[in-house]
Design a binder for this molecule. Structure first.
Ligand code: PMP
Length: 385
């Protein structure tokens, strides 16, 4: 690298698989985005907002009506009361994570991450000068073991990042797990960044358990949310952080120099969307539950074994249990090149010590996409086994 060259940042496996899917015409069950019709209520709201309201810089912390709608939605859906100064609207969950990490992490600070992990965490921490400490969870349950987090805590530990429901495993952290983390955060004076962008995707019912439900974490947590996930509009990039005012203020100070604001028509549309009745959200989840059932039943019929999941838009195939080599990179490559199916190797969600026995498939797809995918996966397994 010369002085004028920027440092290399590897392209993510998601980009690579999507590009390969495009080049080869493969069905893309890799990157997590729906191919169903966009929710018409949100599209109409955005169109109205675009023509009927200002398109100039909205307030730095987000439109007042969106912050109000976020507060009302969390009160209704999760029983969490929020004050206006605890909400900062960001350009997606990714910018929420970036602003939070830049606000909290100083050079030399250690941050504990739990594997498998979302790919943005480690590069952002490193960009802030922080040092990543990894803690593993193991298949098939991928359950958080607070004792292992405690062992990773040292004098320079500043924060812990958790993700529930988890991408890629679809598992959740229960209240006892979050309480144990809360006790650690209190004892060691740590902040928790809790990535809850998948909170609206618990497909079998049951209420999402947030870190903000735990009293010890209420003022130590930065909760990250994303309208892209709640409304299946991943390209909109409207997200937010929820945190006690002293944290929210520090995060807003970063946000003002990263993106400053987010497109106001989309903010207005999300505000309207969050005010839709609870039945709308139940119907939305039901469509995804049906898609998950279609894919898991189809895979089972074709001889694949999948792991149980409560949330997200993903299922994991257990390769060895499915009679295939436990080599996720090789199988993902073969699937996209010879069977016309893009998937994501789960080892991509590990920075070290990766297991190689699992593939992630996104089921947020139309019925015909999933039927065709199952037919291709069945033919692939027959040819391999
Ligand atoms: N966190 C997790 C765990 C995710 O899966 C994603 C999106 N795939 C994000 C954050 C980023 O959300 P957004 O698209 O709103 O930036």
């Amino acid at each position: 690298m010369t002085a004028s060259e920027p440092p290399a940042q590897a392209t993510t496996v998601f980009e690579r698989m999507s590009r390969l899917a495009q080049e080869t015409g493969a069905l893309n069950l890799g990157q997590g985005f729906p191919d169903m019709a966009d929710p018409p209520e949100l599209i109409a709201a955005a169109q109205r907002a675009l023509g009927g309201h200002s398109n100039q810089y909205p307030p730095m912390r987000g439109l007042a009506e969106l912050r109000q709608a976020i507060a009302q939605w969390y009160a209704r859906e999760q029983g969490i009361p929020l004050a206006d100064d605890e909400i900062v609207v960001t350009s997606g969950g990714t910018e929420a994570l970036a602003s939070a990490i830049f606000a909290l992490v100083r050079p030399g600070d250690e941050v504990i991450l739990v594997q498998p992990l979302y790919d943005a965490y480690a590069p952002l921490i490193q960009r802030a000068g922080g040092i990543v400490r990894l803690v593993d969870t193991a298949p098939p349950e991928w359950q958080l073991r607070p004792g292992e987090i405690e062992r990773a805590i040292g004098p320079r530990t500043r924060a812990i990042v958790l993700n529930t429901p988890n991408n890629p495993t679809g598992t959740t952290i229960d209240r006892a797990g979050l309480e144990a983390v809360g006790a650690l955060c209190e004892r060691h004076d740590l902040t928790l960044i809790c990535d809850e962008v998948w909170e609206a995707t618990l497909l079998d019912g049951g209420r999402h358990v947030s870190a903000l439900h735990v009293p010890a974490l209420r003022n130590r947590t930065v909760k990250v949310g994303s309208a892209g996930k709640i409304f299946s509009l991943t390209g909109w990039k409207v997200g937010w952080v929820i945190a006690a005012p002293h944290l929210a203020n520090a995060i807003a100070a970063q946000h003002q120099f990263i993106t400053f604001t987010t497109a106001p028509p989309l903010q207005r549309a999300v505000a309207e969307g969050l005010c839709l009745p609870q039945s709308w959200f139940a119907d939305h989840r039901a469509r995804y539950r049906a898609a998950r059932e279609q894919l898991t039943a189809g895979l089972a019929g074709a001889g694949y074994v999948t792991l149980p999941a409560r949330g997200t838009w993903f299922v994991l195939i257990d390769l060895a249990a499915s009679g295939l080599p436990a080599d996720d990179l090789r199988i993902a490559e073969a699937l996209v090149r010879t069977a016309g199916i893009a998937t994501i190797p789960v080892s991509a969600f590990f920075a070290a010590r990766a297991p190689h026995g699992f593939l992630r498939l996104c089921f947020a797809k139309r019925e015909e996409t999933l039927s065709e995918a199952v037919a291709r996966l069945a033919a692939f397994r027959d040819a391999m086994a």
